[in-house]
Design a protein around this ligand. Structure first.
Ligand SMILES: O=C[C@H](O)COP(=O)(O)O
Length: 333
């Protein structure tokens, strides 16, 4: 892979004119397709292990890739002690994630993050703080993170979050349906959640760290897409293992497979534990190689992350000034 593929100009080429992607309408459950999905764990792990080592985005181009990453962040706070004030500060950060002086030095126009992601009770302050910006509010839902509350409550939670102004709903699937191979139940549940979302886009959180195998990840990805998921997302951030490169390979290859067979582009959101700028670049490179530039737009790719922005800001400041600032100078909220 030549370095030019990862040049600043290559990043600029990903700023395609924004076309409205037809929403994934889903399809009937195709069990033959689901059961034929396999995952060669050792090959996947080899490919994933080779990525960070051989990926060399040269210094001059790093800043452009990092700014691209910022535009794809679902800036997240999912803490029991969240308050309207904290969410207000987070939203201020989403509106201006990178200091104007840094953008000026890089010759870049203002940017925003892809979305702000919160619990239901924090939707109202987030919607208020983001009014007029075009930045969507995403809400985690359906008994996040375990997803074990009664189904009618999970459906009502989605409906209330949509009514409160969430434009994106991050639902958690029932892991037991995957672990028991009950693909029909997973499909039916996902269809119900998709319907409850109405016009809001639905991200299906697979909680891959709890699915037992990469093959299960591949199958669950397909089932959720067949049921109409707009995005598939790795993790809640609360599992003991969250986003990883092997899981990412499996999920984005399922996305590619689904696109090849149906023509629907489904988005991808790795989430949980992604906190370093260099890891963000590795993810973007993997998406570029496996899915192509179209998936490097915020309507098809997001990082679910609470602290990634801090490290990206530090790296950008270093790029511009030659000095690293203290992490405390870049509070997210
Ligand atoms: O969906 C987003 C995750 O909960 C964020 O996880 P993180 O706090 O490890 O970045």
């Amino acid at each position: 892979m030549s370095v030019d593929t990862y040049s600043t100009a290559a990043v600029a080429a990903t700023q395609l004119p924004q076309v409205t992607e037809p929403r994934n309408a889903g399809m009937p459950l195709d069990l033959n397709w689901v059961l034929s999905a396999q995952a060669n764990t050792s090959a996947i792990e080899r490919r994933a292990a080779s990525l960070p080592a051989r990926r060399s985005v040269k210094k001059a181009h790093q800043a452009a890739w990092l700014l691209k990453a910022v535009t794809c962040i679902d800036l997240t706070t999912l803490s029991g002690d969240d308050t309207a004030r904290r969410v207000g500060r987070l939203c201020a950060k989403a509106r201006q994630p990178v200091a104007a002086s840094v953008l000026d030095a890089l010759g870049m126009p203002p940017i925003t993050t892809g979305a702000v992601c919160v619990y239901h009770e924090m939707i109202a302050p987030a919607v208020d703080a983001l009014r007029g910006t075009g930045i969507p509010v995403a809400a985690v839902s359906t008994g996040f993170p375990a997803g074990l509350s009664p189904l009618p409550l999970r459906i009502a939670e989605i409906e209330q979050s949509v009514a409160a102004g969430a434009a994106e709903i991050d639902i958690v699937i029932s892991r037991r349906h995957v672990l028991e191979g009950n693909w029909q139940a997973l499909y039916d549940e996902m269809r119900i959640f998709r319907a409850a979302c109405g016009d809001a886009h639905v991200k299906a959180i697979l909680a891959t760290g709890e699915l037992g195998s990469l093959r299960n990840v591949a199958r669950a990805s397909l089932v959720c897409m067949m049921a109409g998921a707009d995005f598939i997302k790795t993790s809640t951030g609360k599992e003991s293992v969250n986003a990883t490169l092997p899981v990412t390979l499996v999920m984005i290859r399922a996305i590619r497979d689904f696109y090849d067979r149906t023509g629907y582009r489904v988005g991808y959101k790795p989430a949980g534990g992604i906190s370093k700028a260099k890891d963000a670049i590795t993810y973007l490179a993997l998406i570029k190689e496996e899915l192509g530039d179209r998936w490097l737009q915020p309507d098809l790719f997001r990082f679910g992350a609470s602290s990634l922005l801090n490290d990206i800001e530090r790296q950008l400041e270093h790029h511009v000034s030659g000095n690293y600032s203290a992490a405390y100078r870049h509070p997210t909220s």
